[in-house]
Design a protein around this ligand. Structure first.
Ligand SMILES: Cc1cc2nc3c(=O)[nH]c(=O)nc-3n(C[C@H](O)[C@H](O)[C@H](O)COP(=O)(O)OP(=O)(O)OC[C@H]3O[C@@H](n4cnc5c(N)ncnc54)[C@H](O)[C@@H]3O)c2cc1C
Length: 467
């Protein structure tokens, strides 16, 4: 019996795909830039089945690629195009097991989508604050494996800050039960942290206990037009000083990006009458419905517009209008994909240096590829810029990708020179491995390799990711 036959027997006929057409979406990345190959896509239904599959792979020396919703943007969840590999997709492990409203915790299988977890929390009058544009498809296991960020990090932190406990199938198939719901537990090394942000290189997350928060009962949003990214950041500082306890999101984006959204995404419209070089989308949340957020927002905006920090602002009059404003921001990745922008950077710099990063990166890109499309936007409150490049008019995307390494080095040199990180929230995957090796110090790399070797000595769990 081959390893693949053993796997099929372990998961039953509903637990795998093997025909080329059904496998294709699991083997291609979200942007459509890369695709890999695998002998089989396995879809286990339980932790016991994941463990059985991993044991078979470990015994037979078969490489494994853990996969969630396949919305990752650094090629961590799709296999390479060579060698025998098994994709282990968690989609069928999507049960939310318990919402404990009194303890503010939620226990779930790893394949539940982020949106399903948010919804389950909402039904119990609680909040699960992780929110990102891919939330309808990405899974909690993928979020934890990538330490995903999103729009509420400013107030609630990254995925790492939202995890209390984990269940993980180790590279040899053993099941590690770390599904504690405790908020305090100082009994030695905090092992769950190893798997958060490890991008599936140390084991397969099968379950998680997550932190919940009081549900917001008052929400106030503003869509602000401003003259520069500097002005937007001055506003951010002011919002933090005055409304730090309620400030939940602060996103910035340039006119050029907004125009792409208006061009490519149906049912979108500019909330402001005139065009502005930059925009900020800001949101306050409060758990108390009586909190006068609207007054606070209006007063702060009036002062800031008077001081010339912003040029115009719109406050939504209904939930639909608020959703429409957020749709503009959340459609950036989709609009850039539709426009053919092929190269994306996910970087962070100290918040105050965002404008300097964008100006210097634009200059470096223009020097290497005159006329290239360059759009930087993102989670300004976290210093996180998604900097996207597309070919100049008339140039094919493949030509842009042919000089991707050169462009990456130029952009990342600027990031590192500003004291920043080459991956803020998307991870390293297979795409940024060479960049990590170039920029990370030797001691950090050597400790990472030591951890990998101790848990996965045969290098079978997502080989080629990160290291
Ligand atoms: C439109 C769009 C917007 C996005 N916005 C954001 C954003 O704001 N913030 C952000 O952080 N990211 C964002 N992303 C990136 C992506 O959604 C996140 O990285 C997400 O957390 C990936 O989850 P997934 O389930 O799709 O994982 P996959 O793409 O399937 O996998 C990602 C990585 O995690 C590993 N993995 C997946 N599941 C498991 C598991 N159960 N156990 C162990 N390893 C596993 C994979 O091997 C891979 O290395 C965005 C993506 C898109 C397409």
């Amino acid at each position: 019996m081959t390893a693949i036959d053993e796997i099929k027997e372990a998961v039953g006929p509903k637990g795998y795909h093997q025909d080329i057409r059904t496998m294709a979406p699991y083997l291609a990345d979200w942007r459509g830039n890369f695709s890999g190959s695998a002998s089989i896509i396995v879809m286990p239904k339980s932790t016991a089945e994941v463990s059985a599959v991993v044991k078979i792979c470990a015994r037979n020396g078969v490489a494994m690629v853990p996969q969630g919703g396949n919305t990752g943007l650094v090629r961590g969840g799709i296999p390479t195009d060579t060698g025998d590999q098994v994709v282990i997709n968690l989609s069928r492990m999507n049960k939310i097991l318990e919402v404990d409203a009194a303890s503010f915790t939620l226990t779930t299988e790893a394949g539940a989508t982020t949106e399903a977890v948010q919804q389950a929390a909402r039904e119990a009058d609680r909040l699960f604050p992780l929110s990102l544009a891919a939330e309808g498809s990405c899974q909690i296991g993928g979020n934890i494996a990538t330490n995903a960020g999103g729009i509420h990090v400013l107030r609630y932190g990254n995925s790492r800050d939202l995890v209390l406990g984990l269940e993980v199938v180790l590279p040899d198939g053993q099941i590690w039960d770390g599904q504690s719901a405790l908020r305090k537990d100082n009994t030695g090394y905090d092992l769950k942290q190893l798997f958060i942000g490890a991008e599936g290189s140390l084991g397969i997350i099968t379950g998680a206990v997550l932190k919940l928060f009081p549900a917001p009962k008052a929400i106030e949003t503003a869509f602000i037009g401003c003259n520069s990214a500097e002005d937007a950041l001055s506003m951010l500082a002011r919002f933090r000083e005055v409304k730090g306890d309620h400030l939940t999101a602060f996103e910035i984006f340039p006119r050029q990006g907004l125009e792409l959204v208006l061009k490519h995404i149906p049912d979108t419209r500019d909330p402001l009458a005139d065009a502005h070089p930059w925009y900020a989308l800001v949101e306050f949340w409060a758990a108390n419905a009586d909190e006068p957020l609207k007054d606070a927002m209006e007063q702060m905006l009036a002062k800031m517009l008077e001081a010339g920090l912003g040029s115009d602002a719109a406050i939504p009059a209904s939930i639909e209008q608020r959703k429409a404003m957020w749709k503009l921001r959340e459609s950036f990745a989709e609009a850039l994909r539709a426009e053919g922008a092929g190269l994306a950077f996910d970087i962070s710099v100290p918040v105050a240096r965002i404008p300097e990063f964008i100006a210097r990166a634009d200059e470096a890109v223009e020097a290497l590829l005159p006329g290239a499309l360059a759009v930087g936007f993102g989670h300004a409150g976290d210093g996180n810029v998604h900097y996207n490049l597309g070919p100049p008019p008339g140039m094919a995307r493949q030509e842009l990708m042919a000089i991707a390494d050169k462009l990456s080095r130029a952009v990342h040199d600027i990031v590192v020179g500003l004291g920043g990180s080459i991956s803020a929230e998307h991870g390293i995957g297979r795409q940024r491995r060479a960049e990590l090796a170039h920029y990370k110090d030797d001691l950090s790399l050597s400790m990472m390799r030591g951890i990998k070797a101790s848990l996965d000595p045969e290098n079978l769990m997502n080989p080629g990711v990160i290291l």
